[in-house]
Ligand binder design. Sequence first.
Ligand code: PRP
Ligand code: URA
Length: 210
Amino acid sequence: MTAPKLHICTHPLAQHKLTILRDKETEPKKFREVVRELAMMLTVEATADLLTVDIPLSTPMGDTVGKKLAERVGLIPILRAGLGMVEGALEMLPSAQVWHIGLYRDERTLRPVEYYNKLPVSPTVQVCLVLDPMLATGGSATATVDILKRWGATRIKFVGLIGAPEGVHRLSEAHPDVDIHLAALDERLNAIGYIVPGLGDAGDRQFGTS
Ligand code: PRP
Ligand code: URA
């Protein structure tokens, strides 16, 4: 399936790294390292439309005009699993502000339950990147975008690693203005709401808590 705002990173390096994450033999240390690397790559793609301004400068060889980012970016990791994507995103956007949203999926209903919100009183950035490796039913991502829009954010993008068609559909139905950046769109959800083939539980695999 496709959505108008769905971007899948088909870069060979991204696909190679994603395969390491999918492998059930990959240990948490390696898993965290590769989540960080993929977050860097996907952040580059998700920020391709950031505005810049020209700035005059001098190189050792003469005068020229360079470019500087003209927009501030906020990173919004969804706890827990989104935490692993923060470092990679910050390597690309060292001045980004980071605000944490805590949601967990109720195992019975699969609905997101909010337990933490560290947003400042009003938005101080032009672009928000929601970070979460997994877009399964789409409940957590949709709830986070709801929170950000109520708070006043206007340009929001979702940056994840693997999505299910159900999650992409739900997020893009609820928020058609939100671009979705992933490294893969997988086949389906299983009976307990896990992505197949997926990579398992992204939080447990990063933090060794299976
Ligand atoms: C996982 C994942 C997403 C959510 C995706 O988090 O990191 O936040 O599930 O599922 P959804 O699209 O159906 O909402 P989980 O609730 O397992 O919490 P955790 O990150 O603390 O492990
Ligand atoms: N959350 C995960 O961590 N993995 C899935 O496959 C679905 C939700």
